[in-house]
Design a protein around this ligand. Structure first.
Ligand code: ADP
Length: 618
């Protein structure tokens, strides 16, 4: 064990510096592993709280931890956030001036620093390594560790060189952190970095505070607008597949009177950076972006993520939607898809040659589409995709479980009609064509083929062709039908034959009636719980104060306080510094720096609005 008399208890450090009372799942185990000096691979989803897994032990142990991080912009925000909590941290990267570098070296020499963030290329320079070997390095943490693996989605060759760290620092632990769930990447991380019998910790991939809603795209901007309108004054990301679509959507939103900024790789660097900063610093609430946006974003209070088109895989969806609600508060993830998106992706991937990237394939697109058209709990579908089980029966936080999707009563009969039509068509046609036959369409090609003579022609004439199409997709996603060939022809699977024999019943959803307001739009349980007892008026006042402080200090608003801390303040409404220290997310330094201003505003608000102050919630 590395521990000695100087070692502070992780719980005390958590409270004193971060102002939190308890650890999130797996954080404690990951921390103990660092304290014990073992190597480790820690997998937690985005927002799971990976940073504390190395930041806390860095404060507990003597010496200084070295953190490798690929993104310079992220590094600066992390260091700012640590310093605002009173944690002595600094970074070295190519953006530092000579003077700044000298200053960091001084801080290391004098033993003041507890965390040093470095980009891989800077860390691996010979003189940096030598300098650090003479300093008291407690352990090395490698963030975004999937970058070492070419099986991952963001392979960086300079991450491979990190392998030399094990030789350069043979007596200290090397700890790696990633949100990438695939086993192959996990194993590759340990192998590439030459880790010694690493402890592997894998967290749950479920994010209970995310509310998933998935709808077929109805065209136009209306669906996007409805989501944005549910979040006035809150931050959100709208993802599109292509640059062109980003530009189009941004203009449409701006014409409608919203203030949205675009972000994609085709824009000049400076403009892209300005737009990203405007979003992070809350000068603009809506960013419309390709998936190039997000890696460098640590913003914890993104309240919604909209996918205006189909993501390329469930892995990608989990990452991208995971950028919502990192602070643990409720956030909406809305996805609007169309089967045509499938073709858009294929075209794009062929153009960029990206199809070679190992996480993207026609299979992964197919799985994504199946997920969208499926009618099982979204939380369950995601965790099962990653080989895990959902701990609860109903998530209460997706369109399926909140009752937005109602199931039809006669799913067996409908399923049998569809499957027998596929068989009558000799399993040679795609979904659209099959739906046409069942609808009894007068389409030329169908009549030319004589398919109006089939016994299944017009068998579902009373339904809309779109509903029939959705049911076909649902049968595919449940494995009763499969697609093959160039034109996605349908064929009946072995399970499908069981449906035909009446041995199993599929789950088919009723079409969502537009007139009926979806229940999830009114209120989800997750959202209700997190707002319980919170004075919204006071919350808004506190947000304004936070914004002013952030502007003055030139840091992102969430570095001052996260939304969770502000809500807790608006719930407890402390009028003394002692009470302020009880707020989750208020550590000793923040209490000293901002306490008086916030407590003053809270007292004034409570007096003015005749609201009870100093509420005891524990
Ligand atoms: P990740 O790197 O895994 O995406 P972060 O380390 O950025 O996640 O943490 C996400 C958010 O959760 C941050 O705002 C952080 O302050 C908060 N957080 C982390 N651990 C805890 C905890 N034990 N209690 C409360 N909030 C926490």
């Amino acid at each position: 064990m590395h521990m000695d008399a100087n070692t502070a208890a992780p719980e005390d450090v958590l409270k004193q510096y971060w102002g939190y009372d308890d650890f999130r799942p797996l954080q404690r185990e990951a921390i103990d592993c660092v304290l014990a000096g073992r190597d480790s691979v820690v997998v937690l989803p985005t927002g799971g709280g990976k940073s504390l897994c190395f930041q806390i032990p860095a404060m507990c142990m003597p010496g200084m931890a070295v953190v490798v991080s690929p993104l310079i912009s992220l590094m600066k925000d992390q260091v700012d956030a640590l310093r605002s909590n009173g944690v002595p941290a600094a970074c070295v990267n190519s953006s530092l001036s000579y003077q700044e570098r000298i200053q960091v070296s001084e801080e290391i020499r004098s033993g003041q620093l507890k965390l040093l963030y470095a980009a891989p290329e800077r860390l691996l320079m010979e003189n940096t390594i030598e300098f650090l070997q003479e300093s008291n390095v407690s352990f090395v943490a490698i963030d975004e560790a999937h970058c070492v693996s070419e099986w991952g989605h963001d392979f960086r060759p300079d991450y491979r060189q990190l392998r030399t760290l094990k030789r350069a620092f043979p007596n200290i632990g090397i700890h790696t952190y990633t949100a990438t769930a695939t086993e192959i990447v996990r194993e590759d991380i340990a192998k590439q970095l030459d880790l010694h019998e690493p402890e592997v910790h894998i967290g749950s991939f479920d994010r209970p505070n995310l509310i998933y809603k998935i709808e077929r795209r109805s065209g136009g901007i209306k669906q996007i607008q409805e989501v944005i309108d549910r979040h006035p004054g809150e931050s959100g990301i709208v993802y599109c597949i292509s640059r062109r679509k980003v530009d189009e959507t941004t203009s449409e939103l701006n014409e409608l009177g919203y203030r949205a900024l675009p972000y994609h790789a085709g824009m000049p660097d400076t403009q892209r950076k300005d737009n990203q900063d405007a979003f992070i610093n809350e000068r603009c609430d809506i960013i419309v972006a390709t998936v190039a946006f997000g890696m460098g974003i640590d913003k914890s209070n993104v309240r919604y993520v909209i996918h205006s088109q189909l993501p390329k895989s469930l892995e990608a969806y989990q990452q991208e939607s995971g950028r919502a609600g990192r602070d643990g508060l409720e956030a909406e993830c809305c996805l609007f898809y169309s089967t045509g998106d499938f073709n858009t992706w294929s075209r794009l991937l062929n153009q960029s040659g990206d199809l070679k990237a190992r996480d993207v394939s026609i299979d992964s697109l197919g799985m994504m589409l199946d997920f969208c058209t499926g009618v099982t709990c979204r939380h369950r579908a995601i965790v099962e995709h990653f080989g895990q089980k959902l701990a609860v029966d109903s998530c209460n936080a997706c369109d399926v479980c909140m009752g937005d999707i109602e199931l039809v009563d006669d799913a067996l009969v409908i399923g049998q009609k569809i499957l027998s039509c596929v068989i009558r068509l000799e399993q040679r046609f795609g979904g659209e064509y099959t739906a046409g036959v069942l609808k009894g369409s007068q389409e030329r090609r169908l009549l030319d083929n004589g398919h109006d003579q089939l016994s299944t022609y017009g068998l579902l004439a009373e339904e809309s062709q779109r509903t029939i199409r959705d049911w076909i997709e649902q049968l595919v996603s449940q494995g009763y039908l499969s697609r093959y060939g160039e034109f996605n022809q349908l064929q009946v699977s072995e399970n499908g034959r069981q449906v035909l024999r009446g041995e199993v019943t599929p789950r088919l959803s009723k079409p969502l009636k537009k007139a009926k307001k979806s229940r999830s739009e009114s209120k989800s349980k997750v959202a209700e719980e997190s707002w319980e007892g919170v004075d919204r008026g006071l919350f808004d006042v506190l947000r304004t104060i936070r914004k002013a402080i952030a502007e003055e200090k030139e840091v992102p608003a969430y570095v001052v306080f996260g939304d969770a801390a502000l809500r807790d303040m608006a719930l407890r409404r402390p009028t003394t510094l002692e009470g302020f220290l009880d707020v989750r997310g208020v550590g000793e330094k923040k209490c000293k720096d901002y306490g008086e201003e916030f407590v003053g505003a809270i007292s004034a608000y409570c007096r003015e609005h005749d609201v009870t102050a100093d509420v005891d919630v524990d």
